[in-house]
Design a protein around this ligand. Structure first.
Ligand SMILES: *[C@@H]1O[C@H](CO)[C@@H](O)[C@H](O)[C@H]1NC(C)=O
Ligand SMILES: *[C@@H]1O[C@H](CO)[C@@H](O)[C@H](O)[C@H]1NC(C)=O
Ligand SMILES: *[C@@H]1O[C@H](CO)[C@@H](O)[C@H](O)[C@H]1NC(C)=O
Ligand SMILES: *[C@@H]1O[C@H](CO)[C@@H](O)[C@H](O)[C@H]1NC(C)=O
Ligand SMILES: *[C@@H]1O[C@H](CO)[C@@H](O)[C@H](O)[C@H]1NC(C)=O
Length: 472
């Protein structure tokens, strides 16, 4: 969903959500200087220093010497960000932030690395320390107890190995998908008449896995009014937050020469076939036919490529926040009707009714709003057309694969080892470095139960002393 905007939007929400967390860890001063190294920030700092100097001259200095931990850390951070070899008058950014990347090396885990990443890391490590520090106890709030239990169960690997693949079946079924895809179980004659409620599964997958398959959806702060949350729809946005040693996307072939692409496709195809075979032999007494396995791998990879390409085609890196606008449910439905020649009338209402099943949310199609961009709408129309025109057997297989892949990388150790061998190629630029499971688990708990975790991390004095300074 709108790359640039989302990036800022996410970071903004991230800020809101974790403010209480990281302000207790970092000082306010540090946020304003070293860790958010942008030219504006640096300028502000310089101006403030000048302002401070003049105050110093006019008033008796109390203790303006930098001795607190926060101040020392900030000063050091700043010193190590400045590139003194650059000329501030010709390249101020290089001057203020030039040494930042050198001092904050990206060890290969992150596709991009910024001051937000280093803050996230610190939040992750603090969450880990807090969650792992003691078992849950009754004198703490229920939500905090639950987050400690959640962490503990995430760390309990023995049962995972014992359960192996079987741990996944319940969740595949809950998403209203078969444990073995219909491509493998139906006779050819049955395949022609096969029908499948993909909207039901798509919305269940969002509810269970927090993951987008075809339609990007997220509820987030309104970029035009931070005091309310709104619905954003468009390109794919959420990935499943389950911990996994393999964070690499399955579709990462669009990068370089064909030979390399072919190699990756082959490895991915092997992985898909291996996993499907394991699941089929684990749940039925038949051995899958090689031809059908090949067919399945091709269907999955072709669909993944198409969706990736569609996402790329409707992404404009220069998009700004102002490109986001709101439209009613009936507005988007009318556009859909025109594009799809009425083949999906009532699609959006039915989609959201499915998504909000079990809640008291009711939607008025004439007045309730969705937030999106022109490109996102174009993406949505095209993906709907694509699904409409694809065989439902293929759609089912692709959805099945999406959730199986999200779960499989943390089932049995054998499985993880196989996938690692196939997918982690000797490509140093793209090398994947696994993080400790404890950190992954702490992040998982923080993702799902951030407020509970912030309770234990937040400084008790935060609302009284720090918050007033940061409130705008
Ligand atoms: C922002 O949202 C809040 C909550 O929905 C609303 O009360 C307020 O009027 C909105 N402000 C503006 C400027 O629209
Ligand atoms: C399926 O996998 C589980 C867990 O690894 C194992 O206990 C069970 O025996 C397997 N079933 C078959 C039929 O292989
Ligand atoms: C993406 O754009 C290219 C160039 O316009 C086009 O050839 C291709 O078919 C598009 N892909 C999809 C999936 O729409
Ligand atoms: C829905 O509304 C009813 C009645 O107001 C209430 O009892 C129930 O808890 C609500 N359910 C949810 C999920 O909010
Ligand atoms: C699950 O992933 C973690 C890394 O996040 C890894 O250490 C662990 O071994 C995996 N679990 C299994 C059962 O392979």
């Amino acid at each position: 969903m709108l790359k640039s905007t989302t990036c800022r939007k996410t970071q903004f929400t991230w800020l809101l959500l974790t403010m209480s967390v990281f302000f207790s860890i970092l000082s306010l001063a540090e946020r304003q200087t070293g860790t958010l190294c942008t030219p504006q920030e640096a300028l502000t700092f310089r101006c403030r220093r000048q302002a401070e100097k003049s105050t110093l001259r006019n008033t008796k200095p109390k203790s303006k010497i930098c001795t607190s931990d926060e101040c020392l850390r900030t000063a050091t951070n700043l010193k190590y960000s400045i590139d003194f070899t650059a000329d501030p008058c010709s390249n101020f950014y290089q001057y203020t932030c030039g040494k930042w990347p050198e001092e904050h090396p990206n060890h290969g885990w992150w596709s991009s690395f910024s001051s937000f990443t280093t803050i996230s890391e610190r939040v992750a490590i603090s969450s880990l320390t807090a969650l792992a520090s003691k078992p849950s106890s009754d004198d703490e709030p229920k939500s905090l107890q639950k987050s400690r239990d959640f962490y503990k169960s995430c760390m309990d690997i023995d049962p995972l190995d014992r359960l192996g693949l079987t741990a996944m079946y319940k969740y595949i079924t809950r998403a209203k998908l078969p444990v073995v895809p219909s491509l493998f179980t139906l006779a050819d004659t049955e395949k022609d008449t096969f029908s499948f409620d993909w909207v039901k599964s798509e919305t269940l997958i969002k509810q269970i896995f927090m993951m987008d398959v075809f339609i990007g959806f997220v509820i987030d702060a309104n970029i035009y009014n931070g005091s309310e949350n709104v619905i954003y729809i468009g390109q794919l946005y959420q990935k499943c937050p389950l911990p996994s040693p393999i964070k690499q996307k399955m579709t990462y072939r669009l990068r370089s020469g064909t030979e390399y692409q072919e190699l990756i496709r082959e490895r991915q195809s092997n992985t898909i076939k291996y996993i499907i075979k394991e699941i089929i032999t684990n749940t039925t007494s038949v051995q899958p036919v090689e031809d059908v396995l090949n067919e399945a791998a091709n269907i999955i990879l072709d669909m993944a490529d198409y969706i990736e390409e569609l996402n790329m085609n409707y992404t404009n890196p220069d998009e700004t926040e102002e490109d986001t606008f709101s439209m009613t449910f009936s507005d988007i439905q009318s556009q859909t009707d025109i594009f799809l020649e009425e083949r999906e009338s009532n699609f959006w209402m039915s989609y959201f009714e499915n998504l909000f099943t079990g809640t008291n949310i009711t939607i008025d199609p004439e007045t309730d709003l969705l937030y999106t961009t022109q490109l996102d709408v174009q993406y949505l129309l095209r993906i709907l057309k694509y699904i409409l025109e694809s065989s439902k057997i293929h759609v089912e297989l692709y959805m099945w694969w999406t959730i199986v892949y999200a779960m499989i990388i943390n089932t049995s150790s054998d499985m993880v080892e196989y996938i690692n061998k196939q997918l982690v190629y000797h490509d140093t630029e793209n090398a994947v470095i696994a993080r400790s499971r404890s950190l992954e688990c702490a992040l998982l708990v923080n993702n799902y139960m951030g407020f509970a975790v912030s309770y234990v991390l937040a400084d008790e004095a935060f609302p009284m002393t720090t918050k007033p300074k940061v409130s705008i």
